[in-house]
Design a protein around this ligand. Structure first.
Ligand SMILES: *[C@@H]1O[C@H](CO)[C@@H](O)[C@H](O)[C@H]1NC(C)=O
Ligand SMILES: *[C@@H]1O[C@H](CO)[C@@H](O)[C@H](O)[C@H]1NC(C)=O
Ligand SMILES: *[C@@H]1O[C@H](CO)[C@@H](O)[C@H](O)[C@H]1NC(C)=O
Ligand SMILES: *[C@@H]1O[C@H](CO)[C@@H](O)[C@H](O)[C@H]1NC(C)=O
Ligand SMILES: *[C@@H]1O[C@H](CO)[C@@H](O)[C@H](O)[C@H]1NC(C)=O
Ligand SMILES: *[C@@H]1O[C@H](CO)[C@@H](O)[C@H](O)[C@H]1NC(C)=O
Length: 555
């Protein structure tokens, strides 16, 4: 269907019974009167309404009443009078149905739009908000009637904005467009505004608009009161039986996203940094345990010793000797039992020397000198030290006595373990490196690859211009400024560069047409052409950072 047909809804009202000079003259009351009634001219299949300066006439036609009730239920009353006759209502019905094809997904929107059409076509007080700008004689020799060619229609900006807002997002799934892409003329939905939409609908150059309708918001002479039909936002249903428009067609119907939970505050305990408090506790408890072990435990053992009847001095001496590591094996050569760190420097000395020094050292200390109690921890350290010392001494002695055996066995072990290098596998595939085989991305990728062709790798080149003036473009929406990359000579240079890139490696087995992604190529095709390769050029304005802009160069 041609797009032109869709505009038909804007035209109104027509007639079979052209009423004429007989019509009632307005009685001059403030309630307003009709400005048209019936249809009395047709031109290029468009039908114009008869000019009529009089009061509304009763609507008797059952079909007309049905249509009035269908589209303008608020005008229906037991003794209904209108400024439109049945034939006008029929034309209005067919035109609204065409408009509804696009807007019916959103009942609130189409209802809002129909309201002003109802008011204009049938309201009994048309003269309050419609100014007849021009008429033409209807050419009927037998009548002195006229048909309407232009009107000023006063409506409030609230109505226009509200109706536009309720309709602006209504989509037309069959064309994949928005309704306003079709109904807002050259502005399309992106540049459409309420004003432009109504202007387009009232422009007699728009196909199927029978006469000029100038939508006006205010009347400077104050003779007219703008019509202000109530508007239902698209997020609200008309009544309990008509739902609100869906989220697709009405942004305000979309469920509000969950409020983002506030970021978790810093971890706090009693107003202080939680980690610091925990660390402080750990430190205090650890130090407490340590101090407990150092001071309390030896005393406890000393107490136990005391209770077993040993004298204090004796206990102290025993502890002191243990600390020095001499009481465990008093009869051994002291060189084997040097436990005290103080004596480490003397380990290498000859046994007799150590013995001598140790002796003097030990002897020089009277029992009373071992005042410092040795704790469990100190004893543990001393014992570990002496164990390690004797172990490594034995090991060292063994190795020194059988060097060739040790070297041979060691070499065998190294060679045996070195065989593992046969199984060394270096992973360089980034997919293997970074995605676990069980990860969702890996599983889905494998599924994709097994059902379709593997992914292709995109290669991209970022090109930008330097020091070119910006481009200004005069559009219907005013002057738009584009970035300098749209400069024609620059783009031609880019094209040259692109062709040169496509020719890299030409004639070799890795030429561009052999490795490129060519989705439309047939299987087994022999003549390959670079034209079949998928090359996408995306011109982004101000996409690259200033850093790139400085370094990018095109020659
Ligand atoms: C004209 O108006 C009078 C009352 O003002 C009414 O009785 C009469 O029916 C009207 N004429 C027509 C043709 O509607
Ligand atoms: C319409 O009728 C009213 C009241 O009779 C009259 O004042 C007015 O001039 C008429 N308008 C035109 C354009 O004839
Ligand atoms: C109607 O919309 C236009 C443009 O969006 C705005 O300038 C104007 O203030 C609005 N008027 C009302 C009454 O909302
Ligand atoms: C016209 O009449 C209708 C009731 O029929 C009323 O709601 C509306 O406000 C009137 N319009 C003007 C501009 O007086
Ligand atoms: C843009 O075009 C309009 C008319 O098409 C003209 O009036 C206006 O001066 C032009 N602006 C510039 C900057 O060229
Ligand atoms: C495009 O760039 C060239 C310089 O390469 C410059 O001479 C020309 O004026 C530019 N065109 C526009 C429209 O700015």
């Amino acid at each position: 269907m041609s797009r032109l047909h869709y505009y038909g809804f804007v035209l109104f009202c027509c007639f079979s019974q052209a009423l004429s000079a007989l019509s009632n003259k307005s009685d001059g009351s403030d309630d307003g009167h009709c400005i048209w009634y019936g249809q009395c001219h047709s031109q290029n299949s468009l039908i114009q309404n008869c000019y009529y300066n009089g009061t509304a006439k009763p609507l008797k036609d059952p079909e007309g009443l049905k249509l009035l009730a269908k589209w303008c239920p608020h005008m229906v009353s037991p003794e209904v009078s209108t400024c439109c006759d049945a034939s006008q209502l029929k034309l209005m019905d067919s035109n609204i149905i065409i408009a509804a094809n696009f807007l019916q997904r959103c009942p609130s929107c189409i209802n809002n739009l129909i309201k002003h059409i109802c008011e204009m076509s049938c309201a009994t007080n048309q003269s309050k908000f419609i100014d007849v700008v021009s008429t033409k004689p209807d050419g009927n020799i037998n009548s002195n009637g006229a048909y309407i060619t232009e009107i000023d229609y006063y409506v409030t900006p609230e109505y226009m904005n509200g109706t536009y807002d309720s309709c602006k997002q209504v989509s037309v799934p069959s064309t994949g467009q928005l309704a306003l892409d079709i109904m807002c003329g050259t502005w399309t939905s992106t540049r459409c505004t309420a004003r432009r939409w109504f202007d387009y609908m009232g422009n007699k150059d728009t196909p199927f608009v029978p006469f000029q309708i100038n939508y006006k918001n205010t009347d400077p002479t104050n003779r007219y009161i703008p019509a202000n039909p109530p508007v239902t936002p698209c997020s609200r249903g008309l009544d309990e039986n008509t739902p609100a428009c869906s989220c697709v067609d009405c942004e305000s119907s979309c469920p509000a996203p969950q409020p983002v939970p506030p970021p978790p505050g810093p971890f706090k305990i009693m107003g202080c940094d939680g980690y610091a408090v925990i660390m402080l506790c750990v430190f205090l408890i650890g130090s407490g345990l340590f101090l407990f072990a150092v001071f309390v435990v030896p005393h406890a053992s000393a107490m136990a010793d005391l209770m077993r009847g040993r004298g204090t001095d004796e206990v102290r001496a025993a502890v002191g000797r243990r600390l020095a590591g001499v009481d465990r094996s008093p009869h051994n050569t002291l060189g084997d039992n040097e436990d005290s760190p103080l004596q480490q420097s003397k380990r290498s000395s000859v046994t007799s020397d150590s013995e001598h020094e140790m002796d003097t050292h030990t002897i020089s200390k009277m029992p009373g000198d071992f005042d410092i109690s040795s704790s469990f921890i100190e004893k543990l350290g001393a014992n570990t030290d002496s164990f390690l010392q004797s172990f490594f001494e034995k090991w060292g002695t063994f190795c020194a006595m059988k060097p060739w055996l040790v070297l041979f066995v060691g070499g065998c072990v190294v060679v045996a373990l070195g065989h593992g290098i046969k199984y060394l596998k270096v992973t360089t595939d980034p997919v293997e490196l970074w995605a676990s085989p069980n990860s969702r991305s890996r599983i889905e990728r494998d599924y994709y690859d097994s059902h379709f062709e593997p992914f292709y790798r995109n290669e991209q080149i970022i090109i930008t211009s330097i020091g070119l003036p910006t481009i200004t473009h005069n559009t219907s929406n005013g002057v738009i400024e584009f970035g300098p990359v749209f400069n024609a000579s620059f783009l031609l240079a880019v094209l040259e560069l692109q062709e040169a890139i496509k020719n890299i490696g030409a004639g070799t087995d890795h030429s561009f047409e052999k490795i490129c992604f060519a989705p439309l190529r047939t299987n087994g095709q022999i003549d390959l052409s670079t034209d079949e390769c998928a090359v996408r050029i995306i011109v982004l304005r101000r996409y690259v950072s200033p850093r790139l802009e400085r370094t990018g160069k095109l020659t």
